[in-house]
Write a protein that binds this ligand. Structure first.
Ligand SMILES: [Zn+2]
Length: 261
């Protein structure tokens, strides 16, 4: 008598288990595509890294100082470092992925490719976001140099100054020796002093990496090439002049000899 009901029950159970199986499969597929979820701006991290590379690393190298892994400015603490190091800029409009050799027309496309295809290569761990250091490192000053400045917020300036000073303390502990002390001082002058609304102090007061000026290089090469030509012209001119005077002398001697006769 109860047979059709039992059959219906079995059918419902099978349906439910099938549905849950499909859901589990979908979740695992989804997590494979989007894992791990990263809340760190690639663009701002890149800006922060460039600032560190240009305005801090030359001084650290000069002091022969080893930054500790605990220091947030250590390149190993950049979540995107491995991917950025695998970005090959072939030409103005060509970027190549160092992992799979695929080519892209613009940097934003290779960035998307990294997010979609190589997100498993991100160095994800606690506090590995260089973009979070942007406040202390003046990323906005470097990124939006053409945009007119917004009004200075004293509370934000104080917050950034504190972040900046804590970076100086953790990366260059004064008790570690004279070179750490000098770098601590440099860090304050280079990055922290400018976190004020007075507007008188500019960031990166101590300068950065020395770039060889291409203009001066071109001028020097040109001068080196033109110098032999200049000497050749002078030499030829003098030789012609000498010839001219010899001819004149001969003519004048001949005319002198002819006069008495
Ligand atoms: Zn790739």
């Amino acid at each position: 008598m109860a047979r059709p009901e039992v059959r219906a029950c079995k059918f419902i159970v099978i349906l439910i288990s099938l549905q849950s199986m499909i859901r589990v499969f979908a979740i695992s597929q989804n997590s494979e595509e989007h894992a791990p979820e990263v809340h760190c701006s690639r663009e701002r991290s890149r800006a922060a890294y460039k600032i560190v590379e240009e305005y801090l690393i030359p001084f650290v190298e000069k002091e022969n100082y080893q930054m500790s892994q605990k220091c947030k400015l250590h390149p190993g603490n950049d979540i995107f470092r491995d991917q950025e190091d695998h970005k090959i800029h072939v030409d103005v409009n060509e970027w190549r992925c160092g992992y799979c050799k695929k080519s892209f027309r613009a940097e934003k496309f290779i960035d998307q490719h990294f997010d979609n295809r190589h997100s498993n290569l991100l160095n994800v761990s606690e506090g590995n976001c260089f973009a979070e250091l942007c406040g202390a490192l003046h990323c906005d000053h470097v990124m939006n140099s053409a945009v007119p400045k917004t009004k200075c917020n004293p509370a934000a300036a104080t917050r950034n100054r504190h972040l900046c000073e804590s970076l100086a303390d953790s990366c260059f502990p004064v008790h570690q020796g004279p070179s750490a002390g000098r770098l601590h001082e440099l860090f304050l002058r280079q990055f922290c002093d400018a976190h004020t609304c007075s507007g008188r102090v500019k960031p990166f007061a101590r300068g950065g990496k020395k770039h060889t000026n291409i203009f001066y290089l071109a001028i020097s090469i040109l001068i080196l090439m033109l110098l032999p030509i200049f000497y050749l012209i002078v030499f030829l001119y003098q030789r012609e002049m000498r010839k001219g005077t010899q001819v004149l002398r001969r003519i004048s001697k001949q005319s002198l000899k002819k006069k008495p006769s």
